[in-house]
Design a protein around this ligand. Structure first.
Ligand code: NAD
Ligand code: DAU
Length: 340
């Protein structure tokens, strides 16, 4: 491993991985390749922008010509693919971009990786491919039962990765992370969305009864889990990365409000997300056996996360304009009008 291409490295988890890897491995060149969609943000990479082992290239993973140029220019030997459309609600409103990036884009990146003799290809995936799990814990060889267009597109991307391993003998590894939180997360996902809305005393639209369960993983633990899978994972295998810290959405919402010293009256129960998965939970013994252990829990990391949004308004206020407001209107206006 010398020249690592990190696709989608200007997003939330990808940028945390880049910030971590650039510092930890000065002997590796980390090349970020990102389309800079609404979710891509160069501010996320400011902490490494002057580092000699970091480079940035703008482009779409589904654009074969540009991908090819970047592979040649940087002699890429390793790929870590974070690039995705990642928000479930947007996949319900407009799924096209999800198929483009999460399926076609993954295929093109794989195909170019193969043609350029890339060694390891790591695909960052999600617990959502398993679908809703009423009780127990999803394991790596459980069947895929994705329920949203987002989850289905991620499952499609994973299956392409598997096929390139089996058919072409490519050295691939897949990680499936659980719900991730921390600084620099685009304020459409529940924790940064509710935190920044509550700071402005605006309503928090809790879907349905708020009793859905998500398994919370701190972003730095997710980044280290990907590092461990990249370095030690067995070719052709998938690894769950779980926070092992499941909480009801309403509990998460009330904890945010108490840390912000804001009243529960900001909570509005709104009509549910269509096809809303009730619970995710994963077993992550397989990654643990490679030496990974989480370092944070929801409780140990949530306060610092909230404080980060409180002290970094410069980062999120400029995001909450333009396209963001159009999305907000489509997603929430009617829901909030129908709130109980
Ligand atoms: P994000 O939406 O914050 O970032 C996605 C990044 O990909 C952005 O920088 C965007 O510009 C880039 N991108 C999108 N389409 C692209 C394209 N066609 N070509 C190149 N770049 C493109 O996402 P995130 O929350 O950081 O998630 C990163 C990855 O982790 C995704 O693959 C997601 O499915 C997966 N994941 C996320 C979570 C979570 O809780 N956020 C949990 C498990 C897995
Ligand atoms: O589980 C991993 C997945 O976690 C990742 O693959 C996705 O990329 C990531 O977006 C996340 O998906 P979720 O749909 O679980 O995350 P989100 O933050 O959108 O929602 C978390 C829970 O909160 C979910 O049950 C829906 C609920 N919710 C969310 C929003 C945005 C609300 O009740 N109100 C809201 O306004």
């Amino acid at each position: 491993m010398k020249n690592i291409l990190v696709t989608g490295g200007a997003g939330f988890i990808g940028s945390a991985f880049v910030r971590y890897m650039v510092e930890k491995y000065p002997e590796y060149n980390i090349i970020v390749y990102d389309k800079l969609t609404y979710a891509g943000n160069m501010d996320n990479l400011l902490p490494v922008s002057d580092e000699p082992n970091y480079r940035f290239e703008q482009g779409d993973i589904a654009d074969r010509e540009t991908v090819r140029r970047v592979f040649n220019a940087h002699q890429i030997d390793t790929v870590v693919n974070f690039a995705a459309e990642s928000h479930v609600d947007r996949s319900i409103l407009a799924p096209d971009a999800f198929i483009h990036t999460d399926v076609v884009g993954v295929y093109i990146l794989l195909d170019e990786s193969r043609q350029h003799g890339v060694g390891r290809f790591l695909q960052v995936s999600t617990d959502e491919v398993y679908g809703d799990i009423e009780s127990g814990f999803s394991k790596e060889d459980d069947p895929f039962l994705p329920n949203s267009p987002y989850a289905a597109s991620k499952a499609g991307g994973e299956l392409m990765v598997r096929s390139f391993h089996v058919t072409h003998g490519m050295d691939t590894v897949i990680t499936r992370g659980s719900n991730t939180f921390g600084p620099y997360q685009y304020p459409e996902k529940i924790i940064p969305f509710f935190t920044t809305e509550a700071i402005d005393d605006r309503p928090l639209p809790v879907y349905g009864d708020g009793m859905q369960v998500r398994d919370w993983l701190y972003v730095d633990d997710h980044a280290r889990g990907i590092e461990v899978a990249l370095m030690k994972g067995v070719s052709g295998e998938a690894y769950n990365i779980a926070g092992e810290d499941q909480r009801h959405n309403i509990e998460v919402t009330k904890r945010l409000l108490s840390l912000l010293d804001k009243p529960d009256t900001l909570i509005k129960y709104v009509p549910d997300r269509e096809g809303h998965d009730r619970r995710y939970a994963m077993n992550c013994d397989k990654l643990r056996a490679l030496g990974w252990e989480r370092q944070y829990t929801f409780e140990t990391a949530i306060e610092a996360t909230i404080r980060w949004y409180q002290t970094n308004e410069w980062w999120w206020r400029k995001i909450k304009t333009g396209e963001y407001l159009e999305f907000y209107k489509k997603q929430y206006e009617a829901r909030l009008a129908a709130a109980e």
